[in-house]
Design a protein. Structure first.
Length: 153
């Protein structure tokens, strides 16, 4: 699937669509993404700020998808762990940017060259229109090279 097709699919994927999450950018090489969440009546929490689940959801699949696409079909890539720190109440529009660097991909390739697994932590800030951090999200991605039996499964 191309990046532009995936972006369109993600924008109508029910967890994103019904939370008001929009994928604005997904580069053709899957190395950069920008996701936005505008505040509406249906994605506010009890105190009128962004629902924390939506702040987390807007960051959820990107590191895994981007890593998987950048490494190619010879790797197994999974989300392993995640954590979120709510820094300040989110109001209005918020955004998250993802940039997958060559140095990270090189580290992953080197660490998995012998067939072993590698766990990598990615960090993403969710920021408001003023550039203030609303939440910090960490995602741990599991990566290993496929074994011959994985290719047939």
């Amino acid at each position: 699937m191309t990046a532009s097709s995936l972006r369109r699919v993600l924008n109508i994927w029910p967890p994103f669509l019904f939370a008001g999450i929009r994928v604005r950018t997904l580069s053709a090489d899957f190395r950069h993404a920008r996701v936005e969440l505008r505040q509406h009546w249906y994605n506010r929490n009890f105190v009128g700020t962004h629902f924390g689940g939506s702040l987390f959801a807007m960051t959820d699949p990107f590191w895994m998808i981007m890593t998987m696409q950048a490494l190619g079909g010879g790797y197994i890539v999974w989300d392993k762990a995640a954590e979120i720190e709510f820094v300040k109440p989110g109001r209005g529009a918020v955004a998250a940017e993802f940039q997958l660097d060559d140095s990270v991909l090189e580290r992953i390739r080197d660490a998995t060259a012998d067939g072993g697994k590698y766990l990598h932590w990615f960090e993403t800030d969710v920021v408001d229109d003023e550039g203030d951090v609303v939440a910090r999200v960490r995602k741990q991605v599991y990566v290993r090279r496929k074994r011959p039996r994985d290719a047939t499964a």
